[in-house]
Design a protein around this ligand. Structure first.
Ligand code: ZN
Ligand code: ZN
Length: 282
C-alpha cells in the first residue's frame, strides 16, 4: 500500500521540522510523491502563517529539494491558503509563489469589531467570543456563514483542493453547540458539496483531527464522504502533518472506511499531472 501526502506544514510556518526532514520520512515510507503546504502569509499578527519575507526562500528551498531528491521522490510546492474575501485567496497566492497546487481552507469567518478576523478552528474561547460578538450566539447563523464562505471560495477563487471541509465541528465536541446530523446542518453541507462538484474540485480527507484526538472521524465525516461519493467528487488522502511522524497517521484505517464507502481511487499529483490512482497505489 503506497500513500502520498500533499498537506504538510514545516518550519516555514508552524510545522516542527525542515521540509527536508518530512521528505526523508516520506522516502522511508516509500511514498512516490510528497507536497509541502505551509500556511500562506496573512496580513495579521498570527503565530502560525509563513512570513511574507520568507516567500523567496520557500520557493528556492522546495526547488532545491525537488532537484536533490529527483531520483527518490517527486516533490511538489503547495500552500494552504486562506480565503478572506478582499484580503487573500488561492489564485493570487498560487501565482505569487509559483505553486504546483493550493489547498483552500477557510479558517476565518468575518471580523471582530476591532477588525481582526474570527478564527473558527483555533482556541474554543476565541470561537465562543466571535460567536457572541459577531453572531449574537446564533450558532446556526455562524455555521451557515462559514459554509457560505466555502462556497464563495469555490465559485470565485477556487483552489485545487478544498481543505478540511468540516473542521468547524471540533468546536462542538459531543454536539454541545450543534449536531452535525441536524437537518439544517446537513442541508448546508449538501449545498456546499453541490458547488464543489459543479466546479470540479478535489476534496481532501484529512486525518489530523483523529491523531490530535479532536474527533473520531476525519475531516470530512464519513456521512459527508458518502454524499461526496454520490456526486463523484474526487478525494485526496492527507494528514495535515505538523510533525514528520504524522505524515501518514491513521491512513490505513481511513482507507478501509473509504473503500467501504465506495472510494477505491484517490486523486494525486504525479508526474506533473492530476490523476486518479486505484486503491491508493501508484
Ligand atoms: Zn488548516
Ligand atoms: Zn494545515
Amino acid at each position: 500500500m503506497t500513500y502520498t501526502n500533499y498537506h504538510s506544514h514545516c518550519y516555514f510556518c508552524d510545522g516542527k521540522d525542515t521540509p527536508e526532514v518530512y521528505l526523508q520520512r516520506a522516502i522511508q515510507l516509500g511514498m512516490p510523491a510528497y507536497g509541502i503546504s505551509s500556511h500562506a502569509p496573512l496580513p495579521y499578527e498570527l503565530s502560525w502563517p509563513m512570513k511574507e519575507a520568507d516567500r523567496e526562500s520557500y520557493v528556492r528551498e522546495i526547488e532545491r529539494l525537488k532537484e536533490k531528491y529527483t531520483n527518490q521522490i517527486e516533490v511538489y510546492r503547495g500552500l494552504e491558503v486562506d480565503f478572506i474575501p478582499g484580503v487573500v485567496g488561492p489564485s493570487w497566492v498560487k501565482d505569487t509563489f509559483s505553486l504546483d497546487y493550493t489547498i483552500g481552507s477557510v479558517h476565518f469567518v468575518d471580523f471582530f469589531t476591532n477588525g481582526f478576523p474570527w478564527e473558527i478552528d483555533g482556541r474554543h474561547q476565541v470561537f465562543l467570543q466571535g460567536l457572541q460578538e459577531i453572531f449574537a450566539n446564533n450558532i446556526e447563523a455562524a455555521i451557515c456563514r462559514y459554509y457560505a464562505l466555502v462556497r464563495q471560495m469555490v465559485r470565485e477563487d477556487p483552489p485545487d483542493i478544498v481543505g478540511h471541509l468540516d473542521k468547524i465541528k471540533i468546536q462542538s465536541e459531543g454536539s454541545k453547540l450543534f449536531n452535525e446530523r441536524a437537518t439544517w446542518y446537513e442541508a448546508e453541507v449538501e449545498k456546499t458539496l453541490d458547488s464543489i462538484a459543479e466546479v470540479g474540485l478535489i476534496m481532501e480527507v484529512n486525518t489530523r483531527g483523529i491523531y490530535k484526538q479532536l474527533t473520531p472521524e476525519p475531516y470530512p465525516s464519513y456521512w459527508i464522504l458518502e454524499r461526496m461519493r454520490e456526486r463523484n467528487i474526487p478525494i485526496m488522502l492527507n494528514s495535515d502533518a505538523h510533525h514528520p511522524r504524522e505524515i501518514s497517521s491513521h491512513f490505513a484505517e481511513v482507507t478501509a472506511r473509504l473503500s467501504a464507502i465506495g472510494y477505491e481511487q484517490v486523486r494525486v499529483l504525479y508526474q506533473g499531472v492530476w490523476q486518479d490512482v486505484a486503491r491508493f497505489k501508484i
